[in-house]
Design a protein around this ligand. Structure first.
Ligand code: ZN
Ligand code: ZN
Length: 177
């Protein structure tokens, strides 16, 4: 089952990320292509990524690592979801499950025979209200010439900024205008 999930980005196509170590938030600026790729990804791939944290580490040599711009610690590429994003995926997954259960209850109901003394009555389970994810236009753009990428960091951050992609430490002054 492929369910497409759209993740909100801000006006700079900034996708919010959260460091699993220091819990600080930043954003990666996606290109149009990346954004399209994201929208075409199924929920399942998100779920796998969102759950990837538990078995992240040396056991999975194929897992690429990313670096926190603030604290410089490394974690697998799937470890950077914010709690809100994970909750969002969970809601969608839960609704998918509820839909399936309701469908099979309906199927059972159709098995009822007028002559049968026992009747099965399907009662619909209500779906959860999917929470609304919004993405405010906060944070400042920080250029990463090392990888030809851009991220967004906290407005008041004046310390070193590590490249999310290669881990290269940049002085904050290197920030463009
Ligand atoms: Zn961090
Ligand atoms: Zn880099």
């Amino acid at each position: 089952m492929l369910i497409k999930v759209g993740l909100p980005v801000d006006n700079d196509r900034g996708l919010r990320r959260c460091c699993p170590f220091c819990k600080r938030e930043f954003k990666i600026v996606l290109t149009e292509e990346e954004l399209k790729g994201f929208a075409q990804k199924g929920l399942e791939s998100f779920m796998i990524e969102a759950n990837g944290e538990s078995d992240a580490g040396q056991s999975e040599p194929l897992q690429e690592e990313r670096t926190c711009p603030y604290c410089g610690q490394k974690a697998s590429v799937s470890s950077w979801w914010t709690q809100a994003q994970v909750d969002f995926f969970m809601d969608i997954a839960r609704n998918m499950a509820i839909k399936e259960i309701n469908k099979s209850f309906k199927r059972l109901e159709r098995l009822n025979r007028p002559s049968s003394p026992v009747k099965f009555e399907a009662r619909e389970i209500k779906q959860v209200e999917p929470r609304v994810l919004s993405e405010p236009n906060d944070m400042k753009v920080f250029e990463l010439p090392c990888c030809d990428q851009r991220i967004k960091i906290k407005e008041d951050w004046s310390d070193k900024v590590y490249c999310f992609f290669c881990g290269f430490p940049h002085e904050s002054e290197a920030e463009s205008n």
